[in-house]
Ligand binder design. Structure first.
Ligand code: FAD
Length: 475
């Protein structure tokens, strides 16, 4: 650490999927780059305590639930034996392999990686506290802030107890509680609830709004809600947690809401998952002209430049949606802008995927947004009950829909609920980015039998000509 250079062309603060994507592209474009993060390797929340470990556990959850369902198809397994230590260690192996691999990529690119924390002294200089407790100064031509976000907290849910978990501690699966309350019906809560339900916990979800997954179209959420109702013990909507108290053997939770049958209930453990807060404080930004909005996000323009000419911000700290792929794309844009390329963040479609079972995914314009904007649209839906592939998987509960401009037939949005929705949605992103029309999708041959045919047939539905459903076009 003592031999650290005292200056760099590009300093990237935070090595999440935004920061490391930015650092790698800046290096590929020939710049001298320093990447700073407290972890041993790049990865950030996504690789260490977010996307990757949660998906490893959800993969196991899917396996458990398919093994259970196999009895409907003439295959019976005995009760699964769960070795939590082995499961945890497999999840950790996945994380270590990936972060180690990204660390190697960083070295190959000759990115100067500093394990530590950085704060701004001014618009050209950083002060870094490294993990060995040493301080040193680094001046930069440009800086990219990618410091991400952390779990949000509110006073009535901030009980300091080992029985109250957040997304990070929940991923450690210390044990399998008999009863588990998930506070918050967003995607992280539902994903973690699904993992614990598959492992054997009795799950209750409480959400203060009128539906799960705020932001997603209701017809897609309905498919998920129905299946979760069967897997979870209870889903309480329009309900708030007003108090939590620690008992010797659990947490006593007081609920307030329309249809609360029992206002006080006891749970062995609670996961609080009520959103995320951007990491924009404690960075010394007061020593620069960088502006932070009322929600704590750093304000950026379409090139991801802040109000300070030399400083860019990307990823969760720079605004919604707080998703890894949006962070990476922004990081790459910022690197290109610094390299002098004429580019901007102008994505027409940022996909969102909820990795529950069924998965829920959408991109581009949603029906809800169209209604809010009073924008005329045409929607074509293809129910998976008519999909041969869905039938072979015994998963006819899904739905695929396309949202079109009624005048031009241009694809504006896509939504899918069903297994594999997260993979299928990429076709929607490409269609929207390429300005595809319904006819383009209808005339593109999709492989049979696959779930991707539901996308093609949704386009056929628009013309009242879907092969596998009979629904003539009205008018
Ligand atoms: C349980 C869970 C599951 C998720 N699943 C998904 C998913 O499936 N798909 C998806 O797209 N998104 C998912 N997310 C969200 C995703 O993790 C974030 O959107 C993404 O990590 C944001 O990337 P980022 O680069 O902005 O920052 P982060 O990944 O948050 O990384 C920021 C890094 O900056 C570091 N840092 C902070 N301050 C400083 C400082 N002063 N100096 C140096 N370093 C600093 C932090 O320690 C951290 O390592 C999930 C999140 C959670 C919690």
């Amino acid at each position: 650490m003592d031999n650290q250079p005292s200056s760099t062309e590009v300093a990237v603060i935070g090595a999440g999927p935004g920061g490391y994507a930015a650092a790698f592209l800046a290096a590929d474009l020939g710049m001298q780059v320093t990447l700073i993060d407290p972890e041993e390797n790049p990865g950030g929340v996504c690789l260490y305590r977010g996307c990757i470990p949660s998906k490893a556990l959800l993969h196991v959850a899917k396996l458990l639930s398919e093994a259970e369902e196999a009895k409907n198809w003439g295959i019976e397994y005995s009760e699964p034996k769960i070795n939590l230590d082995k499961l945890r260690s497999w999840k950790n192996t996945v994380v270590n392999k990936l972060t180690g691999g990204v660390g190697q990529l960083s070295k190959h690119r000759k990115v100067n990686y500093i394990q530590g924390r950085a704060i701004f002294s001014d618009a050209r200089n950083l002060e870094i506290d490294d993990v060995q407790g040493k301080k040193h100064k680094l001046s930069f031509d440009y800086a990219i802030i990618g410091t991400g976000s952390r779990p949000a907290t509110i006073p009535q849910l901030s009980l300091n107890s080992p029985r109250v978990l957040n997304s990070t501690s929940a991923l450690e699966i210390e044990d399998i509680p008999k009863s588990l309350l998930v506070v918050g019906g967003g995607y992280i809560g539902l994903e973690m609830g699904s993992v614990y339900a598959a492992l054997g916990s009795k799950i209750t979800v409480v959400e203060m709004l009128s539906g799960l997954l705020p932001g997603a179209d209701r017809d897609l959420v309905k498919v998920l809600h129905k299946r979760l109702e069967a897997k979870f013990s209870s889903i309480m909507l329009n309900t708030q947690v007003v108090e939590m108290r620690e008992l010797k053997d659990g947490i006593k939770v007081t609920f307030e809401g329309e249809k609360v049958s029992e206002a006080e209930q006891k749970f062995e453990k609670v996961i609080v998952s009520i959103g995320r807060t951007p990491n924009s404080s404690g960075l010394g930004l007061e020593n620069t002209h960088v502006k932070i909005n009322d929600n704590g996000f750093i304000e950026v323009d379409e090139q991801r430049r802040t109000a300070e000419h030399t400083i860019f911000a990307i990823g969760d700290v720079a605004g919604e949606p707080m998703l890894a792929h949006k962070a990476s794309h922004e990081g790459r844009i910022a690197a290109e802008v610094i390299a002098g390329h004429k580019v901007a963040f102008e994505a027409r479609a940022i996909p969102a995927v909820v990795f529950t079972d069924p998965e829920v995914a959408w991109c581009g314009l949603t029906e809800t947004e169209a209604k809010e904007q009073e924008r005329p649209i045409e929607v074509a839906r293809f129910p998976w009950a008519a999909s041969g592939r869905a039938l072979t998987m015994d998963r006819t509960d899904g739905v695929t829909k396309l949202i079109f401009d009624p005048d031009t037939e241009q694809v504006l949005g896509m939504g899918i609920a069903g297994p594999g929705a997260g993979e299928l949605i990429a076709e929607g992103v490409l269609a929207i980015e390429m300005g595809a029309l319904a006819t383009d999708i209808k005339l593109s041959i999709h492989p049979h039998p696959t779930l991707s045919e539901t996308v093609m047939e949704s386009a056929e539905v628009l013309f009242g000509q879907a092969t596998h459903i009979y629904r003539p076009k009205r008018g």
